[in-house]
Design a protein around this ligand. Structure first.
Ligand SMILES: Cc1cc2nc3c(=O)[nH]c(=O)nc-3n(C[C@H](O)[C@H](O)[C@H](O)COP(=O)(O)OP(=O)(O)OC[C@H]3O[C@@H](n4cnc5c(N)ncnc54)[C@H](O)[C@@H]3O)c2cc1C
Length: 449
């Protein structure tokens, strides 16, 4: 028997691990381990945790619809797996899972491998979450050095995918032979040892909506106007697929294939390439997860952090975006750039504080993409925003939402202002935009030299 462990791959079709299990031809036990470390500090109540748990509930229901069981337990993954290897019969001959390269995931998976090795069991980790096989792309490009600039990366990425795209697999859970803990020896006792705390029990979380429906609607209605509309954040011009992509509720290959043949899909594909580019950086830039240690950020401070997170900066577009984030877990990309740059530059706050805040608040939170976005705004890392090019939130608001519709929606107290006045700093604004911009340029010049 094999053990398949779901992580950020909460779906039942087109999984590298399922293809592998199918080829192996042995029955498999399918497990989702809710990790107390990842759910600490009441993460299950935060938008990011809720999104993951709602997709987990949907996944369990999809298993049940096919008459299969997804066992969900709560505990330290290495300890749970060790317990399974020790106490369940028939014995597990191999653990199959999908690779994850974030710092915590690497440590967690090292501990899983150690536990498995001690019991003589092999762990097979397959890469499933990127569009391009990134080490193969690097090899194809024939480069010793990684790409540090997005555009040449994108060109090579497109060329590589044109030749080597791995098509979405037609295999699904239906094609596998599965068993459940309830039906194997030692399984029921194991389930009792790793129960879900009541706060995580399924009824508390409604199943997430099917991302395939959203993808179909987006491709049919929005792809052609994406390039023009994506930054007009008052309208619903982007796919909103990120909460499903990051939990693996929809396969990135299926997303890519859905727009093949669409004439005007280029701008959207460029965004999917940005996703791969940040994952590429996490693999090829040794500092990606530790820039805060490489640079001295001690000149920065958390003085204005609370005003920023509580949407009390007095800059309407920033406060509107933070209100949307706090209330819904959503924030369009352009507004993430505006709010993150405002925090790191005008408010001179370390990017790590904003990054941590987004970790709890964003329903589509992803460790690598979030860090990539924050590094970009803080002028750190590959192809980041130059430190002297600081977005002015007022100009951004006037350009991308001239009628102030977004501000009116999220800050109803300002709804009566004219189209001209609605973008302007309020009298109680916590910084002067011009002076704080000049100060930030001086400060970051010193930090980055
Ligand atoms: C400070 C900051 C933090 C961010 N944190 C996250 C995060 O935690 N999780 C996350 O998924 N994205 C993050 N992003 C990137 C981006 O904002 C979101 O991916 C996007 O807003 C999701 O909306 P959508 O699904 O409608 O995207 P669409 O515009 O429809 O794009 C399709 C897909 O492409 C990818 N994508 C789009 N824009 C980017 C981008 N700029 N960088 C990398 N991939 C992109 C996403 O997978 C997205 O779902 C962050 C950006 C910034 C500036």
């Amino acid at each position: 028997m094999k053990l398949f462990v779901h992580r950020k791959d909460l779906r039942i079709g087109d999984l590298a691990g399922f293809d592998y299990l199918h080829a192996a031809g042995e029955p498999s036990l399918h497990l989702l381990i809710l990790d107390p470390f990842l759910l600490k500090r009441d993460r299950h109540l935060a938008h990011s945790g809720v999104n993951f748990l709602r997709h987990a509930v949907r996944l369990q229901a999809q298993y049940a619809e096919l008459g299969r069981t997804l066992d969900i337990v709560y505990g330290d993954p290495a300890e749970v797996i060790d317990d399974i290897l020790a106490g369940v019969s028939p014995a597990c001959s191999e653990i199959v899972l999908h690779a994850d390269f974030t710092p915590y995931a690497l440590v967690r998976d090292r501990r899983i491998r150690d536990a498995a090795e001690r019991r003589g069991v092999r762990v097979t980790a397959l890469v499933d979450h990127t569009l391009a096989d990134l080490p193969a792309l690097q090899h194809y490009a024939g480069r010793a050095e990684p790409y540090k600039v997005y555009t040449p990366f994108y060109r090579k990425w497109s060329e590589f995918l044109g030749l080597y795209h791995r098509p979405a697999s037609p295999l699904t859970l239906r094609d596998l032979s599965t068993v459940s803990l309830a039906t194997v020896e030692g399984g029921p006792a194991l389930l009792a040892r790793w129960p879900l705390p009541w706060a995580l029990a399924a009824p508390a979380y409604p199943a997430a909506e099917a991302p395939e429906d959203r993808l179909r609607e987006f491709v049919a209605q929005h792809v052609p106007s994406y390039a023009e509309r994506r930054d007009h954040y008052a309208y619903d011009g982007t796919s909103s697929l990120s909460p499903a992509i990051n939990t693996g509720a929809i396969s990135i290959r299926a997303v890519y294939e859905a727009v093949q043949g669409c004439e005007l899909a280029g701008a959207w594909l460029r965004q999917l390439a940005w996703r791969d580019f940040y994952i590429y950086q996490s693999l090829y830039d040794a500092d990606f997860f530790s820039y805060e240690k490489r640079y001295d950020l001690s000149a920065l401070s958390d003085r204005h952090f609370d005003s920023w997170r509580q949407a009390r900066t007095g800059i309407p577009v920033v406060d509107a975006a933070m209100t949307e984030l706090n209330e819904t877990g959503r924030m369009p990309n352009r507004l993430r750039m505006i709010t993150a740059m405002f925090l790191t530059k005008n408010l001179q706050c370390p990017f790590t504080l904003g990054e941590q805040y987004f970790r709890y608040k964003l329903s589509d939170y992803d460790n690598t993409l979030n860090r990539g976005g924050w590094l970009w705004c803080a002028s750190l890392g590959f192809d980041a925003a130059p430190y002297f090019r600081i977005m002015n939130p007022v100009t951004q608001s006037q350009t991308h939402d001239p009628a102030g519709l977004y501000i009116r929606r999220w800050l109803p107290a300002l709804a009566g202002l004219s189209d001209k006045a609605i973008h302007l700093p309020l009298p109680q604004a916590i910084v002067d935009l011009k002076a704080s911009r000049a100060a930030a340029i001086d400060c970051y010049r010193t930090i980055l030299q």
